[in-house]
Design a protein. Structure first.
Length: 176
C-alpha cells in the first residue's frame, strides 16, 4: 500500500530539534496533499514551489526561479573590503535562524546530492543548521532511509566533526 507521509530525523540524535526545525517539518506535513497531487512531476523545483509560502511565513528567503536574481546565495568567503568572493546557492535560507534548506527529488540520493548539500552548508557563513528534504521513495530506492543510514553512520562514528549544530533530514511524498 502506498501512503503519503512526511518522515524526519534530526542529528545529532542526542540533541533536541530546534523550534525552527520542527516548524519546517510542519510546512512539509501541511503540504503533503499538494505534493502528492503533483507527484508525477514533483521535481525538486515543484516541491519547493509548494512549500515556499509556508517557508516564507517562517522567515525563509526562498528561491523563486533559475535566474540570478531569483536564486538565494549564501556567503562562503570574503575578500578585500569585506566583499563576498565565494558563495553557494541554497533553495532556502533563514538568516536569523542560521539554517539552509535544500529540496531534492530524483537525484537526492542517487547522485549523492545530499552530500554536496551537506558540504556546502558546512562552508556557508553563519549557517548552523542544514535541512535536506528527499523523497521517501524514488523509483525502486528508499531514498529517505538510505540517506538516513548514511547520516546515522556519520554521526555515530564520531570520526568526522561537522561545524553545524544540527542536520534535519526530511522525507516527503509517497512511501511504499
Amino acid at each position: 500500500m502506498t501512503k503519503t507521509v512526511t518522515n524526519w530525523v534530526f542529528y545529532p540524535r542526542s540533541k533536541e530539534p530546534t523550534e525552527l526545525c520542527r516548524n519546517v517539518v510542519e510546512v512539509f506535513k501541511d503540504a503533503e496533499k499538494e505534493i502528492e497531487e503533483e507527484f508525477d512531476k514533483s521535481v525538486s523545483d515543484v516541491v519547493l514551489s509548494i512549500v515556499r509560502p509556508g517557508l516564507e511565513k517562517l522567515g525563509f528567503e526562498v528561491e523563486t526561479g533559475k535566474k540570478a536574481n531569483q536564486k538565494i546565495t549564501v556567503p562562503v568567503l570574503f575578500g578585500n573590503n569585506g566583499k563576498v568572493e565565494k558563495s553557494f546557492e541554497a533553495d532556502a535560507w533563514h538568516r536569523k535562524g542560521g539554517m539552509v534548506l535544500e529540496v531534492e527529488a530524483g537525484r537526492g540520493y542517487l547522485n549523492n546530492q545530499f552530500l554536496k548539500d551537506l558540504f556546502q552548508a558546512c562552508m556557508m557563513h553563519n549557517v548552523d543548521y542544514c535541512a535536506i528534504a528527499v523523497r521517501n521513495h524514488y523509483i525502486k530506492s528508499r531514498d529517505f532511509e538510505k540517506v538516513k543510514g548514511f547520516f546515522e553512520t556519520l554521526f555515530a562514528s564520531g570520526r568526522l566533526q561537522l561545524p553545524l549544530k544540527g542536520v534535519l533530514l526530511i522525507g516527503y511524498s509517497r512511501t511504499s
